[in-house]
Write a protein that binds this ligand. Sequence first.
Ligand code: NI
Length: 230
Amino acid sequence: MLLHIPAVLAPDQVASMRARLDAADWIDGRATVGAQGAQVKRNEQLPDHAPLRRALGDEVLAALASNPLFHAATLPARILPPRFNRYRDGGEYGFHVDGAVMALAADAAQSAAQLRSDVSCTLFLAEPDEYEGGELLISDTYGEHEVKLPAGDLVVYPSSSLHRVAPVTRGARVACFFWVQSLVRDAEQRRLLLELDASIQSLTAGGAPREPLLRLTNAYHNLLRRWAEP
Ligand code: NI
């Protein structure tokens, strides 16, 4: 399931992040992938150890913490510290797979903690009219989806999908990206829980009778209890 989560960041937050990102020192994005990824990856990234990456990453995590739709959709157990990338001058990232298991800490050598990537997330930090190209193209069992969102909006999709970023032929595409290990590993189970959660929310808002709503909520939690892994 591909889900668009609007306005994760407010316009003033985006502007503040962009001012700092536009003045930052970027490195070649190929430094952070294996040999197969390096063949198709042409972009720039903030170094993992850069204090700015940590500061902006923490701001993104704080925004996610107060976003109910992000939680309902991803059911996060762990979130990889957010990273930032920039595509310009024809930069692109050809079709690739995201690694299934990643080191959780930026200083990987010092930590054995790992994350299983269940959900891939891209938070757009440039407005669509700032750049030409740069669409995120996600290929799944329903075909290929093209994603290019307003600054501050987030797309989440199963990490099992092949995906690519189209060449940026004008301007710069700036984004934040990260992965989530979900309490619920299976994407279809997560989709069912999100459907159920959305129905409960809208029935509650519509003033539905308490007793059936309580039973529905109980069913939601019993499914989550059945499917959740630590
Ligand atoms: Ni990727």
